[in-house]
Design a protein around this ligand. Structure first.
Ligand SMILES: [Fe+2]
Ligand SMILES: [Fe+2]
Length: 268
């Protein structure tokens, strides 16, 4: 018989009861000799001595390893994420429709993911990544506040925002999953980007997607045009992105993006 306290902690950590009649399909926990054993889909994932004071730490550790998060952790993630998103959106300049750069990138990410046939959770996930991609710019805004030459400071620190974003997101483990997108959305396919000069498929997939959407939004919107003093039409921006396939951007993704622009936005 398993102790009740252990069963309760298991439910808290894994978000489910340990169901042992289906040991080859799901997660279950049982006692073997003096050890507590956890099996996931028929494989032993944890084995530890039956010591009540260690239950919490051990179960939490293995739940993490199994890629599970508790409802409490999900709540913390939601609170922290929306706090950051609110600060980003409030500090960005709005366009004539009242939207800011991160909002527009998030909207486009949603449309693109739906176009690619992603499921509801995947769509939600990339929207969150898109909303957070420039979280490090909050730090740049802070630098600007204390600088007598505000604009020059922004320009000279622009390349720091992926690193600053990484630092912001490191404050809580629930936000770590966004770090690859935040840190690498300015890397380029040919390895000439920043901050770590990653190349090709070394660049995480979401970061490669956001890189295209980010560029498109920057060059087509005057209020956030860091790239060029001249604002581009959607057609010009798409042409530029196609030209930069294999240099800045993942060529396969550029193809998908071009199809999406043609089919959804009527832009060729
Ligand atoms: Fe950025
Ligand atoms: Fe951006």
């Amino acid at each position: 018989m398993l102790p009740e306290s252990l069963k309760k902690l298991f439910k808290e950590a894994f978000g489910t009861q340990p169901i042992c009649d289906e040991i080859d399909n799901g997660i279950c926990m049982f006692k073997r000799d003096d050890l507590i054993v956890i099996k996931q889909n028929g494989k032993v994932v944890a084995q530890f001595e039956d010591n009540e004071s260690d239950y919490g730490v051990i179960l939490h550790y293995y739940a993490k390893k199994a890629g599970l998060i508790t409802p409490q952790e999900r709540e913390v993630e939601e609170i922290l994420r929306s706090l950051f998103v609110n600060i980003i959106v409030l500090t960005e300049v709005e366009d004539k429709n009242g939207f800011s750069h991160s909002q527009r990138v998030a909207k486009m990410a949603e449309e693109f993911a739906k176009y690619l046939g992603w499921d509801e959770n995947e769509v939600k996930d990339i929207v969150n990544h898109a909303f957070l991609h420039d979280v490090g710019k909050i730090a740049i805004e802070q630098l600007m506040l204390y600088s007598p030459t505000r604009l020059r400071t922004l320009e000279s620190h622009y390349e720091d925002h992926p690193t600053m974003g990484t630092i912001y997101l490191s404050i809580n483990e629930s936000l770590w999953k966004y770090i690859p997108t935040v840190r690498y959305h300015h890397e380029k396919w040919d390895g000439t980007g920043f901050p770590d000069k990653l190349k090709g498929e070394e660049i995480p997939y979401y970061a490669r997607i956001i890189a295209i959407l980010d560029y498109y939004d920057e060059v087509t919107n005057f209020v956030s045009a860091d790239w060029d003093s001249e604002i581009k039409t959607p057609q010009q921006a798409l042409k530029e992105i196609k030209y930069l396939a294999g240099r800045f951007f993942d060529p396969e993704l550029v193809e998908k993006f071009a199809r999406f622009m043609r089919d959804v936005h009527n832009v060729e």
